[in-house]
Design a protein around this ligand. Structure first.
Ligand SMILES: NC(=O)c1ccc[n+]([C@@H]2O[C@H](COP(=O)([O-])OP(=O)(O)OC[C@H]3O[C@@H](n4cnc5c(N)ncnc54)[C@H](OP(=O)(O)O)[C@@H]3O)[C@@H](O)[C@H]2O)c1
Length: 394
């Protein structure tokens, strides 16, 4: 797994650090494409069950742009191969911030040139979306962990579709106590929260942890996961979400429209920030000695904010750590999240549901920036209904 960087003086050149930061703005899926590419024999389907050949509906975009570029089209149904060995019939997906860059392209033309994997003028991949929850339809002969009929969740390329192929090590069995809709809300947001707290924040029981942006996709998971580690959690969110944050287990809830959490005299051992609402020097002031600040994301002015983070983090060194990281999807963490769901330690919060054909509306709503938990996109397979239970919202 790629490590988060802690920014000490002179450890890396700024340009390299910035390039790494900016790469994080690309979709998780685009990054994974580069990894694990194997030379292999042509794909073979080991299972006796024939894959129904045919067509499927999927969301595609032929150029970068606003969510208006998203179209529902009929495409050839994919077949598993040696790399993407599991064909999943997708029942639900969910919207992530990374989709924004898949759809709109990296935030500047120069950046697009630098990160040409995603395409410079036009997107290389037509399909979009990452999070999936569904049923295994067929597997390649090198797949050992899954078989047709298994209920799974995780990430893949082109998740806004009726079918997609996933890498075996990017999915896990779906928890038994949660619906497809609920589990589709988890992969990237849940994984990001888990890695922020555990891998980069090194969270410990009894620590005072603050989650800024606690009402959003990553934030709602971060509050619950921090509680599951035995931390004393303060959630910062807006007025409408304060009750929800309490119901997720937050010990203290601060309404950022009424109170500035940096001015109430409280100090924290770990701050996880998905909203990037204050300066590094302010965060430094409210960290306890040896405390850690983990920056998860920025709402806007990304390049400017990243630069000020890098500079601010350098100036703020000492016994306090400032980290930024790129979440990496892996099966082990999906299994951990499954166990947390089965133990009722985390319950996905679903703000709205949209059908596959309404994906553009879903992304538009997400871009407004005030999602309460997650936005889920459902597909309309004939066999879907019996398997879906109403998602519980906090
Ligand atoms: N590093 C990584 O690997 C990684 C992975 C996934 C996501 N991210 C990044 O993480 C960020 C959050 O992602 P997400 O999926 O959780 O987005 P999201 O669902 O839109 O959540 C962001 C939340 O921040 C809240 N917020 C906005 N202004 C705030 C303020 N001043 N104080 C406190 N909260 C505020 C918003 O709610 P209200 O305004 O309604 O309160 C919203 O709920 C994004 O920038 C994304 O790019 C990074």
């Amino acid at each position: 797994m790629r490590k988060a960087f802690f920014i000490p003086w002179g450890s890396r050149s700024d340009s390299k650090v910035l390039a790494n930061d900016l790469r994080s703005l690309l979709s998780e899926t685009a990054k994974q494409q580069v990894k694990d590419v194997m030379e292999s024999e042509p794909a073979m389907i080991a299972e006796s069950k024939e894959i129904e050949s045919g067509r499927m509906k999927a969301i595609v975009r032929e150029r970068f742009g606003s969510p208006d570029v998203l179209q529902l089209k009929e495409l050839e149904k994919p077949a598993p191969d040696d790399v993407h060995g599991v064909l999943v019939k997708i029942y639900a997906s969910s919207v992530n911030a990374a989709d924004r860059y898949e759809i709109r392209g990296p935030p500047s033309f120069l950046l697009r040139l630098a990160l040409f994997r995603s395409g410079v003028r036009r997107p290389k991949e037509q399909r979009v979306g990452s999070d999936i929850s569904g049923r295994v339809e067929a597997v390649n002969n090198n797949v050992t962990q899954f078989k047709p009929g298994d209920e799974v969740y995780g990430v893949c390329n082109g998740a806004y579709a009726e079918y997609a192929t996933a890498k075996e090590n990017r999915i896990a069995l779906k928890p038994t106590n949660r619906s497809f809709e609920e589990t589709a809300a988890v992969p990237i947001a849940g994984l990001t929260a888990l890695q922020a707290l555990r891998n980069h924040g090194h969270i410990k029981p009894g620590q005072k942890v603050l989650v800024n942006g606690a009402g959003g996709g990553v934030g709602t998971f971060a509050v619950q996961i921090a509680k599951s580690f035995g931390a004393e959690v303060t959630a910062v969110t807006n007025t409408e979400n304060t009750d929800m944050a309490r119901s997720l287990g937050a010990d203290h809830v601060i309404d950022y429209t009424k109170e500035d959490f940096t001015k109430n005299g409280q100090r924290y051992d770990l701050i996880v920030d998905t909203a990037s609402s204050h300066s590094i020097s302010t965060y430094k002031r409210i960290l306890n000695p040896n405390g850690t600040f983990v920056l998860v994301g920025m709402r806007d002015k990304i390049i400017r904010r990243l630069l000020s983070f890098i500079i601010g983090a350098r100036l703020s060194r000492g016994d306090k750590k400032f980290k930024f990281f790129v979440a990496r999807s892996n099966q082990e963490d999906f299994v951990t999240l499954k166990e947390l769901m089965e133990a009722e330690k985390i319950v996905p919060v679903i703000d709205r549901r949209y059908s596959l054909g309404e994906t553009a509306q879903a992304v538009r709503y997400f871009e407004e920036g005030h999602t309460r938990g997650k936005i889920v996109i459902t597909t309309d397979h004939a066999d879907q209904k019996p398997w879906l239970s109403m998602a519980k919202t906090a």
